[in-house]
Structures are given as C-alpha cells and as structure tokens.
Write a protein that binds this ligand. Sequence first.
Ligand SMILES: Nc1nc2c(ncn2[C@@H]2O[C@H](COP(=O)(O)OP(=O)(O)OP(=O)(O)O)[C@@H](O)[C@H]2O)c(=O)[nH]1
Length: 543
Amino acid sequence: MGTGKKEKARKERQGKVGDGMNNVKTKGENFYRSAKQAKTLNMFKGGEAQRNASGKVTKAASFQSRDTPKARVEPNRKWFGNTRVISQDALSSFREAIAERASDPYQVLLKTNKLPMSLVRDGQGKNGVKEHQAKMQVEASPFRETFGPRSTRKRVKLGVGSLEDLAGETVKMHDTYLDRLAQAKLLSGNSGADDPVGEAAPEDAVLTAAKEPIFSKGQSKRIWNELYKVIDSSDVVIHVLDARDPLGTRCRSIEKYIREEAPHKHLVFVLNKCDLVPTGVAASWVRALSKDYPTLAFHASITNSFGKGSLIQLLRQFSSLHSDRKQISVGFIGYPNTGKSSIINTLRKKKVCTVAPIPGETKIWQYITLMKRIYLIDCPGVVPPSNEDSPEDILLRGVVRVEKLENPAQYIPAVLQRTKPQHIERTYEIKGYDNAIEFLELLARKGGRLLKGGEADVDGVAKMVLNDFLRGKIPWYTPPPVIEQHDGEKPEGIEGRKGALGEMGKIRKREDDEHAVVDQDEALPEVAPGEDSARPTKRRKKG
Ligand SMILES: Nc1nc2c(ncn2[C@@H]2O[C@H](COP(=O)(O)OP(=O)(O)OP(=O)(O)O)[C@@H](O)[C@H]2O)c(=O)[nH]1
C-alpha cells in the first residue's frame, strides 16, 4: 500500500472506486494506525467479558475491571547512579563548616538552594528538634490512650516540674493580676486623681502615669502593611537604631520575621545619631551588635556626615553579590524618628525625603534611586507592640509627639533618671532642685515661663525638656553591655570619630553654625532638620 495518491490510483486501476469501503484519506493525513493506537486497541481486544445465558456480564474484561492491578516499578540501576555515600564524620564536619558560615553575620552563603541545606538545618526549627519532640510526645501518650472511651491517662500534664514551681507560678499569676488591676484603675482615672501633682507623690517624686492613646502610635495595621511591603521589595534591609538606646529601638520581632520568612534577605544594623554619644560607647555598641548582624556607625547629616562611605561601600558589595540582578533594593526600617529619611538624604547628598524632629513624618513608603543599580526605600517608623514597655520607655524612644501629651510633667522623673545631674545643670544652668517638680518650676521661673497669677508653666517647660532630651540637647545614652575601659586607658574608638558625651553636640553646633550662616536669620520656631538640637539653645538664651 502506498500513500494517499498512489492508493487512489491503485484502487481506480483495480476498479474498486466507489465501493463504499473507501478509506482513502485526504492528502497529508495518514490513515494508518500508529503503534500507540494499535497497542490501545489490542488492549481493548485483549479480553472479553464473560456473560451468562441472559447476556449479563458475570466477569468483566480485564480493561473493564475496577480492581487496581498490582503494579510494580521495574528496578533500575540508574536510581543509584547519582548517589554518594559519605561517612558520618565527613557529614558532621560538613554540617559544622556550613553552619559556622551560615551563622556568621559577615559571611553570605551564595546559591543556598544548590547546597544541601536540609542537612545543616536538620535538628533545628520546623523539621528538626521540635518535630521530633512532638513525635516523641505522641508516641509517649498516643491519642487513643489520652482521649476517647479507652483512655487510660488520668492526670493532665502541667507545665511545671515540681510543687514549688507550681506555687511560684501562682504567685506570678497573682502579681500579674495585681498589676493589671492597678493599670485598670489608672486608666479609669481613680488613682491619684485627688492628689495635686507632686504633693502626694512619694519622696523620689515618681508621679503616676496613665497610659494615653497616643502611646500606641506606629503600631497601626496600615504602618505594618507599609513595613511588610518594604521588606518584601528589599534585598537588603537596613535596620536603623538610635545610638543612644540601641536595644530600645531594636525590633526583634522584625528580625525574627526576616530570619524565618525571608532568610535570603540581608539584614544590616545602622547605629545612627552616633554624634550624640561618646565614641567609645558607639564603638562598644557596634561591637556588641555586630555579633548578631553587620553593624555600622552613622551620623546622618548632608554637610557633615559620618559612616557614609562605609555604607555606600557595603551596598556596592551587596549589589555586586547580586550581579545577576538588574538592580537591588535597600529598605530602611526602624522605630520612628531614628533618622531613616535623614540617612537616605545623607546618601543622596540632598533633601529627597522629608525629615522632621517629630515622629511619624514618613507616612508611606517611597523609592529613591541612589545609583543605577541601587534603589533605596524609605519606610514609616514602626513600633512593635510590647506589654513590657512602659509609657515612659515609649515616649523617651521618640515614638510619641511631645506636643500631644496630656501630662508631660509626669515623664520628667524618667528623664532625670536617665540623665546625669551635671548634664542637666550644665544644659539649663540651674542647680538646687530635689525632684522633678522643683526642677520644672525652677526652669520655668528662670525662663520667665509663667501662667496667669504667676504660677510656673510646668507643662510647657516639661514639653521643652522632653524635646531637648529627644533631640540630643541633653546628653544621655544607655551604657553598652561591656565597655572595656581600664583605668588610665582610653576606650577603643571608631576610626575618624572624635568627642565625648556632650562634646559632639557642641562640635555639631559649631559646624552647623559654620555651614548655616544664612539659616540664623530664618524663623526659629520651625526647627530645621539636622539643626534641631542646636536651635532651642539659642532661643532660650535669647529669651
Ligand atoms: N543629632 C543627630 N540627629 C539626627 C541624625 N539623624 C537624624 N537626626 C534627626 O532625627 C530627626 C528624625 O529624623 P528623620 O529622618 O525624620 O527620622 P525617620 O526615622 O525618617 O522618622 P519617621 O519619619 O518618623 O519614620 C530629625 O530631626 C533629624 O535631624 C543624626 O545622625 N544625628
């Protein structure tokens, strides 16, 4: 038999045209069965159903049967072709070597998806110990012995090991209950309402603090959505910390989120506002934080910055690490007012983001091009919700706008606690106060800030002191975990940095004055970014 045309000719020749059995197909189409079709048809023909006399199927044909046939995959040597067997020692040394690299904040594992990371992570987290423990627990007390009619377990397992622990737990619960009760009383305004401020206060003049709604700033869903957008879009996440209180402004929940959900993103700490702390302290903090993530000291200022070169260098390194990408994005996250926008302005050497000495200035995320291959993303400041942080802690981290406080005076004891008396005395040139209220009254009288009837404007002055504290006018810092400072030996500083506590403010002021001669004639109430800590002094001194 030939192709369509030939076949037609043959049939015509043999006079078979128009016999109704014409299976000659149109040109180009093959009417013969392929091997596959033939095989399928043979399979259907292969068995016939057995029927009884009345024609009912008594035994289905093999292709009609619903019983699953016993299938067996043919073993093949190739399955084992690509396998290597290594000894336990070699495996553990591989694990150790990789784990060491993976945990080092200054090393990056490239192409992790080509490495057998499950071998390294085995025994940790989701697929490791926890799962194993859960399995052990299920094995120790299986479901049918724990629940249901045949359960044999009588006692519920408690989270404590001994009777003493249980007693301790109860005491803890009671304390928590009392704390909550006290807080509820404060919030409802029943406590301390009759006491004139200061009179009924204890000797150390710690005033009762009611939590105001503004203390939940930076925690809204909208802000967190912005944060997640920024994290999702970034290859490098820069967590900006305030050098005066790095641990207070550290968002551990975000670190955890990045570590667990996006381990391929690089997290870097930038310790900003280093000009407000002594060099040794900044250096110690950098050393302490570097154990967790790469940390850089920074001072954001368009005219007189510190650490800009190192940061740009680091970003360049990240960009060359991802040379397969067209560009990399660098997200700036952190508490409000830590200077995220200021760092971006410093890197760009011009005012591309709005900066203000008040928290919540950045409202939405925004992209800025640093260079062709590096984009920066500014993010609004976020505050991780925490039950442990008191309103004083939140306020003194710069999360809240001071002018919105109802009772600013009640936070002054916390300010006095965090600062040294000599610094307060030097800043305001006042002496001889015993408690916060006396301090505020003295300051109000000195500055002539009196209300009607000659009463001191305590609240007004308290707001001023709080602003000075937050904007770096009053020197303060949280001591780093270990300051290796031996007698007669100077602490190791950061290269290129100078100054001790309180000095940098003066140096900065001098430099700002030099750089901003024109600025001096501008209206003072509008505190310009970068100069805010220097400005209030001039105003007060004039007053
Ligand atoms: N002394 C000093 N002040 C700084 C530094 N960086 C930023 N500031 C000041 O800190 C204030 C807040 O800076 P921003 O850049 O607006 O802070 P932010 O983190 O973007 O704040 P949000 O918009 O609330 O998220 C401004 O008054 C800056 O001048 C610094 O390195 N040193």
